[in-house]
Design a protein around this ligand. Structure first.
Ligand code: CA
Ligand code: CA
Length: 289
């Protein structure tokens, strides 16, 4: 099953018509535009030329048969392929340095093997998905905003080889995704990663017995809880509380014990501090479970 990038939305909404139906256990390929809907092609193209009602497109949504409210959608991220170049930007009043930026600028990064050539710098390729989520239960949420349903989490751990666990809030789950980055640092401080079009192959599975708080990521060596809220402290508290809950259930330990373990061996990290909600994550190594 392949979903083309002509099938995009700018919100996650239970009323969006599904572009296709798949079964639990199926693999799907999503083709994605970059976050500027592929309108910035060169260093002469500036963000001020972009129609801001058409940023952060998400391809989808895909309906997963049998998904009921209260279930959990497990998404195995099998492969992320990106195009051969992407863009990043500095824009007045965007991101953490925006108040100091006097003139907008676009830089193009070229993908060369497992590196990115941008200006005179050669960075490691670190492909990730910025926007991925299910339809929220109530009002639509624009694709630029992260929340309990996923969305614009800009978490660099949403990468090849991990499993992402998302809540099913409405029948069919209605999964959509976009906003690939060829690389991004924790924080995404200017408000953009290396924004790039591409495609993502993933496998979906409906879980009826996953009782942990979401969203959550399972990597090879860690469990990671993700919290999005209006500021970093609130987002941190959410990620921390969700990971404490996970440890209490998984290890049959008390809140105090879980808190001390997290204080000693858990890593609280920033995903992004530039979107309408901030996103933090709490990582805990599997070797201590
Ligand atoms: Ca983003
Ligand atoms: Ca982005």
């Amino acid at each position: 099953m392949r979903v083309g990038k002509d099938k995009i939305n700018f919100s996650m909404d239970k009323n969006h018509k599904a572009v296709c139906k798949v079964k639990s256990g199926d693999s799907i390929i999503f083709e994605t535009c970059d976050c500027f809907t592929d309108t910035i092609k060169s260093e002469d193209d500036l963000v001020s030329s972009v129609d801001f009602s058409r940023v952060n497109p998400a391809t989808g949504p895909v309906y997963i048969e049998g998904a009921k409210k209260g279930d959990v959608l497990k998404v195995d991220i099998i492969k992320i392929n990106v195009k051969d170049s992407g863009v990043s930007v500095a824009v007045p009043n965007m991101g953490r340095l925006g108040s100091k930026v006097e003139k907008e600028e676009t830089l193009v990064g070229k993908i060369v093997g497992d590196k990115i050539q941008i200006g005179s710098d050669r960075l490691d390729l670190n492909k990730m998905i910025g926007v991925i989520g299910t339809a929220p239960e109530n009002d639509p949420v624009v694709t630029g905003t992260p929340d309990y349903h996923g969305g614009n989490m800009d978490c660099k751990m949403v990468r090849e080889g991990v499993s992402l666990y998302l809540p099913v809030n409405v029948e069919g789950a209605l999964l959509s995704l976009g906003d690939l980055h060829a690389c991004m640092g924790d924080g995404e401080i200017m408000g953009a990663g290396l924004e790039i079009a591409g495609e993502v192959e993933l496998k979906v599975e409906i879980l009826k017995d996953f009782s942990y708080k979401l969203p959550m990521i399972e990597s090879e060596d860690a469990w990671i809880s993700i919290g999005s809220a209006e500021n970093m402290e609130a987002a941190s508290d959410l990620a921390i509380a969700n990971m404490a809950d996970f440890l209490m259930k998984k290890k049959s330990i008390s809140l105090n014990q879980a808190g001390i373990l997290l204080s000693l061996a858990g890593d609280l990290r920033v995903c992004q501090i530039v979107n309408p909600n901030r996103t933090m994550r709490m990582e805990f190594p599997k070797k201590y479970l």
